[in-house]
Write a protein that binds this ligand. Structure first.
Ligand code: NAP
Length: 320
């Protein structure tokens, strides 16, 4: 089967299309013939080598989520899965391929009316947005800022914050055009990447959801209201400065909270319940997914160049 691996960490040119043996589902797994493959921000972070400390090696097969049809089941898996269209989480590898394997606990049937492209745009990121707002205890009337809102996590978070009755839903983004698109999804205030906005920008936020981190993270900590909650969800801008905690303690009298959230710590069953409900909403059009572009699997490097150039709004999807 064709697959895309990291030959060399760094630029998108380090991605290579290779032939690999078709994977055999282990006990408890299924094999899926892919019809859509999500290209996530985490793939770019792994490819750049930002997560080198986690032991990724050359030859790593990228990709965390796919949609397609179950074509084989491993020992102990109900054979009735065969032939069903599903979304699947493949972990931190295995998705950029014509065939992928996943644990049966990490697959979910696709409802009628949901395309594979929509499923891989929403499947992994939607639950992060949901549990981030849930753990931040966003209350009706509160002001939330979504930093890095133009990605799949942010796009869902904006819509869920509106649905949850937030008093203000501010976003950071890199251009007025992208800001206008986020307003269409429910954002009420648009800030630039440094956090500067118009005169009506709220003076502070009760919740900040941040997929960016990077050197500017402390600026956004300073924007929290007393009792504010900061949810660090990703590192698309790199790691935060090592001493950012001093900013938190300097603001001791504001009683701020700083929390990281990885969906790895959310029980799989809770994720599946939320994902299933989000898939139904997306199939009915009450939760919007944004597919930036659909490209052939062979053009994974182009997808990564688009991400690195900051041209992606939503998610790029690969098709084998
Ligand atoms: N917490 C979890 O469980 C979990 C799960 C999956 C993924 N993740 C993490 O979430 C991140 C990916 O999320 P995503 O796919 O929604 O994001 P994304 O699409 O990769 O990026 C979101 C937006 O961030 C902005 N951005 C990019 N680089 C930036 C920079 N240097 N400074 C400021 N803004 C920048 C861009 O928008 P503008 O150009 O409009 O500013 C971009 O569209 C990764 O770090 C991944 O590891 C976390």
């Amino acid at each position: 089967m064709r697959a895309v691996v990291i030959r060399e960490f760094g630029s998108p040119e380090g991605l290579e299309v290779v032939d690999l043996p078709v994977p055999v589902p282990a006990p408890g797994q299924v094999r899926i013939t892919t019809e859509a493959i999500g290209v996530g921000g985490v793939d770019a972070v792994i490819r750049r080598g930002t997560l080198a400390a986690y032991g990724f090696r050359a030859g790593h097969l990228l990709g965390s989520e796919v949609a397609g049809s179950v074509t084989a089941v491993g020992e102990g898996v109900d054979a009735s899965w065969t032939g069903r269209r599903v979304w699947a989480f493949t972990g931190l590898s295995g998705g950029y391929a014509e065939q992928a394997v996943a644990s049966v606990a990490d697959i979910l049937p696709l409802p009628d009316g949901l395309t594979g492209a929509d499923a891989v745009t929403l499947g992994g990121s939607g639950v992060v947005a949901h549990f981030a707002l849930d753990r931040a205890r966003l209350a009706p009337g509160e002001a939330v800022l979504v930093r890095g809102a133009a990605g799949s996590i942010g796009i869902t978070a904006v819509q869920l914050a509106v649905r949850g009755g937030a008093g203000a839903v501010a976003v950071t983004t890199s251009s007025p055009e992208r800001g206008a698109r986020l307003r269409e999804l429910g954002a009420t205030h648009v800030l630039d990447r440094s956090g500067a906005g118009g005169p009506d920008t709220p003076s502070g936020f009760d919740v900040v959801l941040d997929v960016v981190a990077g050197p500017q993270l402390p600026l956004f900590l300073d924007m929290l209201n007393p009792n504010g909650r900061y949810m660090a969800l990703g590192v698309v801008g790199g790691p935060p400065p090592a001493d950012f905690g001093t900013r938190l303690t300097a603001a001791f009298r504001k009683s701020l909270s700083f929390t990281t959230l990885s969906s790895d710590t959310v029980p799989a069953s809770a994720q599946q319940t939320v994902r299933s409900s989000q898939f139904t909403d997306a199939a009915h059009g009450t939760l919007r997914t944004v597919v930036h572009e659909v490209l052939p699997l062979d053009q994974a490097a182009r997808a990564h160049r688009e991400m690195d150039a900051g041209r992606v709004f939503g998610r790029v999807v690969l098709v084998p």
